[in-house]
Design a protein around this ligand. Structure first.
Ligand code: NAP
Ligand code: GCO
Length: 260
């Protein structure tokens, strides 16, 4: 059974993986045997990430690359292929959020979120699929969200992007499944990372709200995503395609705890 979850000999690219969910997923893939390449938006973040990976004994390769820049992403894929190896596993993790009431959000701000959270996964997947086809297959994992299914105030751009990312995942699965490429999504619930730090401030009402909406009665931890990521990156999921695996403690199954 353990062989089904082995990533030995595989090369994984995890975008935006200097910290947070991406860092945990990349570390899990490395601990399952993969060689890790990651990018982030600036040198400082990449160096910070390299130091953190080294602390845990992971020899990662780090690159500065803005995932919205198609030319830079093409150069990144080529560089990883020559320095690390052909990319077998892609995790589209890089993302941003802007929490602004829709009527106060500019079109430019809306487009920026769409660009990073939806267009960039298209760009990066497009850059790696041809080599995956040549190699006989590959794994693509898009990091979706509760907002791939649900809306809430102030996150219109993010929800539109993550909803679109769910359908991009299904379309890549449909278009490239015959080449032994499996494309799936992970939909994290509410996870303790810098991105959600404002919502977890003790005085923020959202903190208790999320706990009341989660059967597990806690915020998620990045470690909760490690196993699901290894599963979707490994031979164990070779017949799983176009699936969004929600790792949310049960939020999507639960109407929520009644107030006392
Ligand atoms: P995050 O702050 O969203 O981290 C994203 C990473 O991507 C950061 O390192 C960020 O760099 C980088 N990034 C942003 N724009 C980029 C670009 N144009 N090119 C390259 N890298 C870029 O932290 P996170 O909470 O770990 O989120 C990771 C992913 O999970 C995101 O897609 C997010 O939407 C998704 N997600 C998060 C949660 C949660 O509760 N935290 C739940 C569901 C889904 P900077 O530090 O410079 O921004
Ligand atoms: C928000 C949060 C969420 C999480 C995540 C939930 O403001 O609602 O940031 O969007 O980041 O996407 O799955």
């Amino acid at each position: 059974m353990s062989g089904m979850f082995s990533l030995s000999g595989k090369v994984a690219l995890v975008t935006g993986a200097s910290y947070g969910i991406g860092f945990t997923i990349a570390s899990a893939l490395a601990n399952a045997g993969a060689r890790i390449a990651f990018n982030d938006i600036n040198r400082e973040l990449v160096d910070k990430g390299l130091a953190e990976y080294a602390k845990t004994g992971i020899d990662a390769s780090g690159y500065v690359c803005d995932v919205t820049d198609e030319a830079a992403v093409g150069a990144l894929a080529d560089r990883i292929e020559s320095e690390v190896g052909v990319i077998d596993i892609l995790v589209n993790n890089a993302g941003i959020i802007k929490r602004i009431p829709m009527t106060e959000m500019s079109a430019a701000e809306f487009r920026q979120v769409i660009d990073v959270d939806l267009t960039a996964p298209f760009i990066v997947a497009k850059a790696v699929i041809p080599s995956m086809i040549k190699k006989g297959g590959g794994k693509i994992i898009n990091i979706c969200s509760m907002m791939s299914e649900l809306g809430r105030e102030t996150v219109s751009a993010y929800a539109a992007a993550k909803g679109g990312l769910k359908m991009l995942t299904r379309n890549i699965a449909s278009e490239y499944g015959e080449f032994n490429i499996q494309c799936n999504g992970i939909g994290p619930g509410y996870i303790e990372t810098p991105q959600t730090a404002p919502l977890r401030a003790p005085e923020h009402p959202f903190n208790k709200f999320i706990i009341s909406k989660t059967p597990a009665a806690r915020w998620g931890r990045t470690a909760d995503l490690a196993g699901p990521a290894v599963f979707l990156a490994s031979p164990a999921s070779d017949f799983v395609n176009g699936h969004i695996l929600y790792v949310d403690g049960g939020i999507l199954a639960y109407i929520g705890k009644q107030p006392n």
